[in-house]
Design a protein around this ligand. Structure first.
Ligand SMILES: [Zn+2]
Length: 237
């Protein structure tokens, strides 16, 4: 095991000197095998690593269904079937929750496969991911009593929040991994290095929002905020 990640503060639970491993902020299984080089890694304790793995186990099997990036379909074709074969219960739950909806894309209505994503597991993983990104980009660990909120808004909601954001930050992080499969931007507040806001675009815009009952605007960006106070209502997914 690499010494670089042992005995450090776990970036997920913020316990000091308890890390036992280097954890990939984005599980390698989200990407095709030839696009896993240099993914960001952070120190994590055994308990956090295992809890996060359980969420990844579910989401690496489910999230590619919602993606539009070319690699979402290669992950779907090559890697999801073996994962589902190993997990019959998940397979049955996914089959039961599949439907079709008409969504607006580039001004046209197109039929899209919809799946019910378990919002709690999705939100749970993003809480880990964003703590990991703050540590990876800015070398700071978000304290355990900070709240992390997750939101998916309509395009109108995004326009409103973007207009409301401060124009300057202490630091900005921008990155893309797996050949554009996962992209994000984050901004760190000037007066509090642990306060941050992130906009993530997964698999070229996984269809996450929208009303599956009919023609609708969907949104494919997820917003995540770390803050000292309880998460504002807007950030309850
Ligand atoms: Zn931990």
């Amino acid at each position: 095991m690499s010494k670089a990640f042992k005995g450090k503060t776990c970036v997920y639970c913020a316990r000091v000197a308890c890390s036992s491993t280097g954890d990939h902020v984005f599980a390698r299984e989200f990407f095709p095998k030839n696009k896993r080089a240099d993914l960001p890694k952070v120190p994590a304790c055994e308990a956090c690593n295992q809890a996060k793995s359980r969420l990844e186990h579910y989401l690496t099997a489910v999230l590619p269904f919602a993606g539009r990036h070319a690699d979402a379909s290669s992950v779907l074709n090559e890697m999801v079937p073996p994962r589902l074969a190993k997990n019959r219960r998940l397979h049955a739950a996914l089959s039961a929750s599949q439907g079709r909806a008409w969504v607006k894309q580039g001004g046209m209505l197109r039929p899209t496969l919809t799946l019910h994503l378990d919002a709690q597991q999705f939100e749970g993983l993003l809480r880990y991911v964003v703590r990991g990104l703050v540590a990876f980009h800015w070398n700071t660990v978000v304290p355990s009593d900070y709240a992390v909120g997750v939101a998916v808004w309509t395009e109108e909601g995004e326009r409103l929040i973007t207009a409301a954001l401060p124009k300057r930050g202490r630091a900005i992080a921008r990155a893309t991994w797996g050949d554009g499969a996962f992209e994000y931007e984050g901004a760190q507040a000037i007066d509090d290095p642990h306060l941050s806001i992130w906009r993530l675009h997964l698999y070229g815009g996984a269809v996450l929002g929208g009303d599956s009952a009919g023609a609708t605007d969907t949104n494919s960006r997820v917003w995540v905020m770390t803050s000292r106070e309880a998460v504002p209502d807007l950030f309850r997914y």
